[in-house]
Design a protein around this ligand. Structure first.
Ligand SMILES: [Zn+2]
Length: 446
């Protein structure tokens, strides 16, 4: 039996860092500009106390994951290790503030708050401390997933919950995942720092088949930490598993114990936005769409929003079909709808198609162009006139004697083949309904 669990690090969307008022924007700022004596650990500097905004976001996530939230005083610990990205030589990490949650049938063991280290560039040895002190939460699951598919479904659902709560600092980065995996007869192996859900899926597949091969060969699977090499598509040994003692945890005397006010929990519970599971139920009820379609729509927040906007203009059935096609194209590109610029073009496309101003092949072609080319603008295509269609119909009739005689003998389905020829010849600029009518007329004369 396979057992998979996760530790998921989410950088929280707050204006300022965990223990100082520096901006959290580390990606779109010049290196080492969003820094101060606190987040660079200058001698004599003291942290300013915990950022309330971090607590609010963290509690929102805990509530959405159905956790019990602790209201007793909690402490920050120092986790020691030595690396150039860590100015203090320790990382501050809180005792768990939330425990015993559940999502998608997977138990959430605990959630705690941490500060992110800076960014160390191995190639040239430079360090950027803009990220040092950015608030993180770490969500730890029990090893409750028993297949790569279950693991993927869990991560997709979690990602959707975080998007609905709008708590991810940089949605294009998403979250970082440490995956742990074991199979019957072997020790637990941890794979560190995987950046995408797709990467997690590939890493787990690789690791599970490696474990099976090792056991078949009678080799022992050691407890260790491995690194996922995205480029080569393999995991490699990073280090043998360290123990908690290696980090010399101690209570941070600079940070007074904090506690979460029960009134804050109730306030946030009352303000909780609609979450993916609830939205799925509502879409099924309100628009009469089936469960699997509804689930596909809600797992991408913007796709669910687009569906509801389109349901108003083109009807729920058309909107569902449009969004299902779109989901396929987005999956193929490995992106969320929020990453597509000028999304109003998609609404325009749906209106053009469902009002009959463009044909199906053109609709699919335009959808791909919108996703791949930010400057592309969908337009109603120039439709061929009846006379132009008639001219092409005559040519097709001349060139397909066999299909024509089938039709004349009463094989009415032969007309579909001939219409297909017209659509292909005109590259979709002939309305298929008009083409059928004109073809029938011409076949009567032929
Ligand atoms: Zn700072």
């Amino acid at each position: 039996m396979v057992r998979i669990g996760f530790e998921i690090h989410v950088q929280l969307k707050t204006d300022s860092k965990l223990f100082c008022s520096c901006s959290t924007r580390f990606l779109d700022a010049e290196p080492n500009t969003n820094v101060c004596p606190v987040c660079t650990a200058q001698p004599g500097s003291k942290p300013e106390g915990i950022n309330e905004e971090v607590l609010r976001k963290a509690v929102q996530v805990a509530l959405a994951l159905n956790c019990k939230i602790k209201t007793e005083p909690l402490r920050f610990l120092r986790k020691h290790y030595f690396y150039p990205d860590l100015p203090n030589n320790y990382q501050r990490t809180s005792e768990p503030f939330a425990v015993e949650g559940e999502l998608n049938g997977v138990r959430i063991r605990e959630i705690h708050i941490e500060e992110d280290p800076g960014r160390y560039e191995l190639r040239d040895g430079t360090v950027d401390y803009n990220r040092a002190g950015v608030p993180l939460i770490e969500i730890v699951t029990e090893p409750d997933m028993h297949s790569v598919e279950e693991a993927r479904e869990f991560l997709k659902h979690l990602r959707a919950v975080l998007d609905y709560l709008d708590v991810i600092l940089y949605p294009q980065i998403g979250f970082r995942v440490d995956a742990n995996v074991s199979i019957e007869g072997g020790e637990r192996v941890e794979i560190k720092n995987i950046n995408t859900i797709h990467g997690v899926v590939k890493a787990l597949r690789y690791e599970i088949s490696r474990h099976k091969r090792m056991l078949q060969m009678g080799k022992e699977i050691k407890r260790e930490t491995r690194h996922w090499d995205e480029v080569r598509g393999v995991t490699v040994t990073l280090r043998e598993k360290e123990t908690a003692e290696d980090y010399r945890y101690m209570v941070d005397p600079d940070i007074p114990p904090y506690h979460i006010d029960p009134a804050l929990i109730e306030e946030l519970r009352a303000k909780m936005p609609e979450l993916p599971f609830q939205k799925k139920e509502r879409l099924m009820e309100q628009y009469g769409i089936d469960e699997s379609t509804a689930w596909t729509l809600v797992l991408d927040k913007e796709l669910g929003n687009l569906f509801e906007a389109l349901a108003k203009s083109v009807g729920a059935k058309n909107a569902a079909s449009f969004c299902t096609n779109l989901r396929g194209e987005l999956n193929y590109r490995g992106i969320y709808l929020s990453e597509v610029p000028r999304r109003e073009r998609l609404e325009k496309l749906a209106k053009l198609y469902f009002s009959g101003q463009i044909t199906k092949p053109v609709y699919i072609e335009y959808m791909r162009k919108i996703l791949d080319d930010p400057s592309f603008e969908p337009q109603a295509q120039e439709q061929l006139s009846d006379d132009e269609i008639r001219e092409i119909a005559r040519q097709i009739i001349e060139g397909n004697a066999a299909a024509v005689s089938d039709y004349k003998r009463g094989e009415k389905k032969a007309i579909n083949y001939l219409v297909g020829q017209i659509v292909a010849r005109t590259k979709g600029r002939a309305d298929p309904k008009r083409a059928i009518q004109i073809l029938r007329e011409e076949l009567e004369r032929a």
